[in-house]
Design a protein around this ligand. Structure first.
Ligand code: SF4
Length: 430
């Protein structure tokens, strides 16, 4: 989502008459779009700002700014005070107010009449950096307040984008270029269209579930070949959404973050489902789409997590038979409920040990799951070709590699898998 936001910031600045450069020392404006989900990402911002401030010697009018999650949750600007000089400091949702701010700093470079006056940041049409799939933000912010998470503070409360705007943005895309649509939202499957009157009359889900109805609408758009979405929350899945996974253009992959397999930890995390609910949900999904690949996110070492509770996570992991998972060692984020109410009492050593254990299980399972594709044909969107080989993701989000040349870039091809390895399916084009 941050990458997509950056694409909108770029578009905003280009509309103002600026040109993009890959050389920071040449820039008149340097903005960093920050992520604060992990502490490490935040720390790196200090390094960037320090280095960029050196450019001021040769460019006294240089404007340096920080946007994204960091200013979003730094309401009292405590963190801002730790930075060397920054001229702009604003959360991404304030992008529409940037013309006035830039104009105040340098009215000559930023005359107000040059700027587009929009009311929501997502109205700026992104300058897309990815050549093959288009990220489409459908929602921003979150009301869930998982106790470990900084997002509701940094991005604010959930706000859903009008359906009409979402569909228009997709319809405007270059159909030859963007075969895949990635729908983005913090709790993407809780999407509630502010303008439900824009659903098609024959949309079978319009009265039932807005997210399923949105998937149906995007499925009808000519030129769209594959649809992916991230990140859903297990608690909002219902039968309509599960059924919509079988719509023809949907990816054959679902990323569904579980975070923990222990009910007490889930409760402490304020995740509003149980392990039993989650396991049953996975069963239902596989019932309607048996060959779907599944991925998840897991946090190890959350406050007070016992060995037994961690074992419950491993057990759930194995029961759900995931294809892939992304693991994080819990890191305390100041300002969150967990920071205020719980003690981050699991030692770094134990966190690391648990991380390694689950990683090992995942790696074994990933290899085993990939064996299923031996001699099968998968559909691949080619995103890279080099030295006689091409690669891209299959509909199951499996990186697939085969002999081919640059003429295949951006195309969807069929590949027969003859050598499935842990991280790559090797095959030949058929
Ligand atoms: S659902 Fe939970 S983890 Fe996801 S953005 Fe909202 S608060 Fe954070």
């Amino acid at each position: 989502m941050n990458k997509n936001d950056s694409e909108r910031i770029a578009s905003f600045l280009v509309d103002f008459g600026l040109k993009q450069t890959t050389k920071p020392e040449k820039a008149d404006v340097l903005l960093i779009n920050t992520c604060s989900v992990r502490e490490h990402a935040e720390q790196r911002v200090f390094g960037f700002i320090h280095n960029w401030n050196k450019f001021r010697e040769n460019k006294p009018n240089l404007i340096i700014g920080i946007t994204g999650c960091l200013p979003g949750h730094d309401k009292d600007e405590k963190i801002r005070k730790k930075f060397e000089k920054v001229d702009l400091y604003f959360p991404i949702i304030d992008l529409p107010n940037l013309p006035e701010k830039l104009n105040k700093i340098n009215p000559e470079l930023f005359p107000l009449e040059k700027s587009k006056q929009l009311s929501e940041y997502w109205e700026y049409e992104p300058i897309r950096q990815n050549n093959f799939s288009a990220s489409i933000t459908i929602q921003n912010g979150c009301n869930n307040f998982c106790t470990y998470c900084i997002v509701p503070y940094s991005r604010g409360r959930e706000k859903n984008r009008p359906l009409k705007e979402i569909l228009e943005e997709i319809k405007k895309l270059d159909k030859e270029k963007f075969l895949q649509i990635d729908l983005l939202g913090q709790v993407v499957n809780n999407y509630q269209a502010p303008d439900p009157e824009n659903f098609s009359l024959n949309n079978p889900y319009q009265e039932k579930d807005h997210f399923a109805a949105l998937l149906w609408e995007v499925n009808q758009i000519e030129g769209v070949k594959r649809i992916f979405f991230t990140a859903p929350d297990p608690q909002y899945f219902n039968d309509w959404q599960i059924e919509a996974l079988t719509l023809p253009k949907m990816m054959n992959y679902l990323h569904i973050p579980v975070q923990s397999g222990d009910n007490k930890i889930l409760k402490k995390m304020n995740r509003k489902y149980t392990r039993e609910f989650f396991i049953e949900l996975i069963r239902k999904i596989r019932q309607v789409k048996p060959e779907i690949a599944l991925g998840t996110d897991i946090i190890v070492g959350f406050c007070g997590e016992t060995e037994e509770q961690f074992q419950n996570t491993l057990d759930l992991y194995q029961q759900c038979d995931f294809d892939i998972s992304y693991h994080a060692k819990y890191s305390n984020r100041p300002g969150t409920v967990a920071d205020k109410l719980f003690v981050d009492d699991i030692s770094e050593e134990i966190k690391k040990e648990r991380w390694q254990k689950i990683q090992k299980i995942m790696e074994e399972q990933t290899l085993k799951k990939n064996q299923f594709y031996k001699d099968k044909i998968v559909s691949v969107l080619v995103t890279e070709c080099q030295d006689g080989y091409c690669q891209g993701n299959s509909k199951e989000m499996k990186l697939t590699k085969f002999l081919g040349d640059k003429s295949l870039l951006g195309k969807i091809v069929q590949v027969k898998i003859n050598n499935p390895e842990r991280w790559i399916l090797f095959g030949e084009m058929v």
